[in-house]
Write a protein that binds this ligand. Structure first.
Ligand code: ATP
Length: 415
């Protein structure tokens, strides 16, 4: 009798056929080696929620490196084994994709917040090291066991009840990134953090969170900002004291900006920007530039993101001084900022000059260039820049409307 999970794994609207083929290959090779083989975590959780899955998290009871070698021999590709962790990455043949192969393991934390040390173990132990019951289920896929659910921690019940439940009281102290993960799953599935689990987000675990590296914290915040429901998640980070623990200067997310998180620049603006970047810009726009520098360092932001954030914050502060200026004044002022800074300030303030600058003004250039000036026998020097700027301003402010008018003005300026 096929189980529910077997049927769900065979449904092409939930598991794309090429992933299904990949899964069969892994399962067959694993069966041939006599290694029980499982898919775990989000794969099981999302299938049980009848949601499409893409990532295959493969765990074997045995030796993932040997499994990788068998797959390599049978199907080709490339293998990167990692002996200390008994894991391997299989680079699939004729594709840029990779598949992680993991040996079931147990974990120990040397001190709170440390990265764990690992020992090969059983699937039951492997599930016990996980973050939440809904992520601690496995489905076996080798041979006749295809589709068997392993759910020793009652994840399926919590999935039905809509609860995010940590596995033990020290879970967040061991690894406080789980606090941000809990908030993310709660917001994504519109679940609730189970009351005891909520209590474990306390002064002690938040204290360990404070000591985590910027890189680990930023990674979790990136994952939150990539989500549809990021606004609710950010609000939750504030109410649970997470933001303050990361850095006291991190502001509460302004919920009136929730709808801005998905408003990426349109393609014609030619401003490449990802949802996560836009998220940080919208969230941190009102932080004063001095505090931003500290936050950017704390969260290990790239220099590009840091400059865009500082630019946006400074521009917003300068905006009142620019209101009602001529287009040329706007343009020369706005050009000093990264275009993405201008974009985010335009989203938040709705100042029409910013939108016009991005769509039109910044591309306005006179026909005249350095070569034209040379041909007029003007000696090169600072005057070139003055004349070209003056001509550009004339176009921007509507003083000249065609090439003939520009020429006339040029003749006057070049006298
Ligand atoms: P998502 O849809 O968010 O990617 P996922 O379950 O695939 O969900 P991953 O971050 O890819 O999430 O992690 C895979 C699995 O590894 C999780 O389902 C969970 O079982 C386990 N895991 C990940 N991070 C942790 C952690 N910090 N502590 C314990 N277990 C974790």
């Amino acid at each position: 009798m096929p189980t529910d999970l077997a049927r769900l794994m065979l449904d092409p609207s939930l598991l794309p056929p090429e992933k299904r083929t990949l899964l069969s290959r892994v399962a067959d090779q694993s069966a041939a080696l006599g290694f029980p083989c499982y898919l775990v975590g989000g794969f099981v959780r999302d299938l049980l929620l009848h949601q499409p899955v893409n990532d295959l998290d493969v765990i074997v009871e045995g030796d993932a490196i040997r499994l990788g070698r068998a797959l390599l021999q049978q199907y080709g590709g490339k293998l990167t084994p990692h002996a200390p962790f008994h894991t391997a990455i299989w680079h699939l043949p004729d594709s840029d994709e990779t598949l992680d192969l993991i040996t079931a393991r147990s974990e120990a934390y040397e001190f709170p917040g440390a990265l764990p040390s690992v020992t090969p173990s059983t699937i039951a132990d492997d599930l016990r090291r996980r973050d939440f019951t809904i992520n601690a289920m496995a489905v076996r896929v080798d041979g006749p066991h295809f589709g068997e659910l392993l759910d020793p921690l009652d994840g399926q019940v919590d999935l039905q009840r809509g609860l995010i439940r940590a596995l033990h009281p020290r879970s967040f102290v061991d690894d406080p990134t789980r606090i941000l993960r809990a908030i993310r799953y709660e917001g994504r599935y519109r679940f609730q953090i189970e009351p005891a689990t909520l209590k474990w987000i306390d002064a002690e675990s938040l204290g360990v969170l404070s000591s985590l590296s910027g890189e680990r914290l930023r990674h979790e915040l990136d994952l939150i900002l990539a989500e549809e429901n990021a606004a609710a998640m950010l609000l939750c980070t504030e109410s649970l004291g997470v933001l303050h623990a990361i850095h006291p200067a991190l502001p509460r997310f302004d919920s009136t900006r929730a709808n801005l998180l998905g408003q990426l620049p349109s393609a014609d603006l030619n401003l490449p920007c990802e949802r996560v970047t836009l998220g940080y810009l919208v969230w941190l726009l009102d932080v004063p530039a001095e505090d931003l520098t500290v936050l950017c360092r704390r969260l290990d932001f790239t220099s590009e993101l840091s400059e865009t954030l500082v630019g946006a914050s400074r521009l917003k502060a300068q905006l009142p001084a620019l209101t009602n200026s001529r287009p040329s004044v706007w343009t020369f002022a706005l050009e000093k900022f990264p275009p993405l800074s201008v974009f985010v300030v335009s989203l938040v303030t709705r100042e029409p000059a910013l939108t016009t600058f991005l769509a039109t003004w910044r591309n306005v250039k006179p026909h005249t260039d350095g070569e034209t000036l040379k041909s007029l026998s003007l000696p090169p020097g600072p005057r070139y820049k003055e004349i070209l700027s003056r001509l550009r301003a004339a176009w921007l402010d509507g003083e000249v409307k065609d090439e003939a008018e520009e020429k006339k003005l040029l003749e006057f300026l070049a006298k």
